[in-house]
Write a protein that binds this ligand. Structure first.
Ligand code: PMT
Length: 221
């Protein structure tokens, strides 16, 4: 039945955007709503997987299921810690979250005051790369899937991310395309695998795209 997963396998899925604090009232964020990640969680549950969902900032409801664990995080570092812990007992990871590459080097403990006409400079330092960390440390029986959100040269950058992050699959989306990327209910994606021709999926709802991605993963990994 729907309540008994056919598999005991767990997939770790990240959804939404990370936030990096500047001071107690301000943060650096991004436009992810969590729709793509949530659609993947639903599709994985439907396909009979257990899901450990790690959620940043989202604008949509989190699914409810006895086969779902939900963990909320704020920063990239929080997300890394949660993913590392969850992945030890999982077979796969899908990083649909939009993760901040940089965070303020120091978080002000008090609200920053206006600095005047000279402007304000915030020093940023690079965050760890969660997907690359998991790609480098995965066991032979584990797979990792990432996204590539690009505004140009999707094939080039997605293929590069496949290599540098040691991912088994990269799902590329050109976020400047109408009906693709952040906030939309639809997506237009291409699947990149090492040594294979890119697989371009037809534009479809995020639910349909997610179902196709889960099916692709089931067939290959
Ligand atoms: O949430 P929605 O509104 O539905 O929008 C969906 C989406 C556009 C967010 C989604 O389809 C998507 O593309 N997610 C990935 C966004 C992103 O951070 O892409 P990237 O190309 O910057 O990163 C590449 C991959 O590395 C991603 O899997 C990302 O999760 C991961 N990453 C990035 C940086 C970092 N420090 N650690 C990471 O793990």
């Amino acid at each position: 039945t729907m309540l008994t997963p056919a598999k005991q396998e767990t997939i770790v899925i990240t959804a939404g955007g990370t936030r990096e604090a500047i001071d107690p009232v301000r943060f650096i964020g991004n436009r992810s709503t969590g729709k793509m990640g949530m659609a993947l969680a639903n599709a994985a549950l439907k396909a009979g997987y257990r899901v450990h969902l790690i959620v940043g900032q989202v604008e949509v409801a989190v699914p409810k299921s006895p086969h779902l664990i939900v963990e909320r995080v704020e920063t990239t570092r929080d997300m890394l810690t949660a993913v590392e812990r969850a992945f030890t007992t999982a077979t796969g990871l899908i990083m649909a979250a939009a993760v901040a590459d940089y965070a303020p080097a120091e978080v002000a403990t008090q609200k920053l005051k206006k600095q005047g006409d000279a402007g304000l400079t915030i020093q940023l330092q690079q965050n760890p790369d969660i997907l690359a960390t998991m790609g480098a440390n995965k066991r032979a029986d584990q797979w990792v899937v990432g996204f590539a959100a690009e505004t140009n040269d999707l094939d080039t950058y997605a293929t590069r991310k496949l290599m540098t992050k040691q991912a088994d699959l990269i799902i590329g989306n050109d976020v400047t395309q109408v009906g693709a990327g952040f906030g939309t209910d639809t997506n237009i994606v291409t699947l990149y695998q090492n040594g294979q021709a890119p697989v371009r999926l037809a534009p479809a709802t995020k639910a349909e795209v997610a179902a196709q991605i889960i099916q692709f993963i089931q067939q290959r990994f």
